[in-house]
Design a protein around this ligand. Sequence first.
Ligand SMILES: Cc1cc2nc3c(=O)[nH]c(=O)nc-3n(C[C@H](O)[C@H](O)[C@H](O)COP(=O)(O)OP(=O)(O)OC[C@H]3O[C@@H](n4cnc5c(N)ncnc54)[C@H](O)[C@@H]3O)c2cc1C
Length: 295
Amino acid sequence: MLARPGLPGFEYIKAETFQDVFDWMKEKGDDLKLLMGGTDLFVQMRDRGTGPGFLLDVKGLPGMQEISFDKKNGLKIGAAVTLNSLSSHPNLLKYFSVLCQAADTVGNYQLRNLATLGGNICNASPSADMSPAALVYEGKVVVESPRGERELSLDEFWVGPGKTALEKDEFLKRIHFPTPPEKAVGFYHKLGRSKMGDLAIVGVAVLAYPDPNQPAGVKFRIGINSTAPTAYRVPLVEDFLTQNSTTDKILYKAAEMAMDISAPIEDQRATAIYQKKMVRNLVYKGLKEVRELLK
Ligand SMILES: Cc1cc2nc3c(=O)[nH]c(=O)nc-3n(C[C@H](O)[C@H](O)[C@H](O)COP(=O)(O)OP(=O)(O)OC[C@H]3O[C@@H](n4cnc5c(N)ncnc54)[C@H](O)[C@@H]3O)c2cc1C
C-alpha cells in the first residue's frame, strides 16, 4: 500500500497566448490552477489529496522564459525562468549575485531545473529562499490581466502565508529589478535542518554599497524569511546601521535589533527562540562579510 494516495486526477492544458489564459481562467474559475515547474503545486495536490480539475501550463507564454538586463532599465526576469537558468546567467552573477546564491540553496540541482522564480514568489511561502534576495534588490512583480499590466512591490504582493494580492483574473508575467547601486556586495545565508535541500529555518540576505553621504559611509539592506507571515526588510535596522560606524559592536547591536523584530512561530523545524537567535547570528555574519568586502 502506498504511504500517500498519489496525485489526484486533472486535465493538463498548455496556454499559447495571454488571451488563452484569460479565457481559461474565466471559464474554469477555482477549478483551474496555473502551472509552471509544479514543484510546489504537485506536492500540495498530493498532500491534500484534492486539487483543481484543470492545470494551465503558462511556461510557454511569450517572454515568460526570458532574461534581459541593461544598466538603464535593470533586470527583467520572466516568471517561468528556472532557478538554474537564473543562477548561471552571466549578468546575474555579476550584478545580482545574492539572487544566484539564494537560487543555489533551493532543494537540489534536479529540482532547480524545474522550479521557477515566479513559482517561488507566487507560492508566497514565508520560508521561500528567493524572497530575502528579491527584497534586497527591491524587486517588483509585473502582473497581467484583461485590464493590462500592473506593477506591485513585493510587500504589496505577499499578503500572508500562501496568499498574494493577485486578483482572480491576474497572473504573474515577470519580475523587475532596478540595477543595484555601484559596488553593491551581498550574501544570502540559509540555515536548514540539513545541507541536503531542506527548507529554511531562517534565511537572511544582506546587501551593502558605498554611500559617502551616510555617517557609516555605507548603506545596508537586509531581507529575512521564515520568521514572520511573509518575508520582510528591517528598515529600522538598516537606518541604524547607516547612522553609525561599522564597528563589531554596532553590527552586533543591529543583529540583535533584527532578532527582536523577527516574530517566528514554533513549527516542526525549530522553536521560535532558536529561530530568533539564528536571525541574530546570520544577520551579524552577513554584516561582517559585506563590511570586509567594502574595505
Ligand atoms: C523536494 C523539494 C524541495 C524544495 N526545497 C525548497 C527550498 O529549499 N527552498 C525554497 O524556497 N523552496 C523549495 N521548494 C519549493 C519549490 O521548489 C519552489 O517554491 C519553486 O520555486 C516553485 O516554482 P514552480 O515553478 O515549481 O511553481 P509551481 O509549483 O508551478 O507553482 C507554484 C504556485 O504558483 C502558482 N502559479 C504558477 N504560475 C503562476 C503565474 N504565472 N502567476 C500566478 N500564479 C502562478 C501555482 O498555481 C502554484 O500555486 C522545494 C520543493 C520540493 C518539492
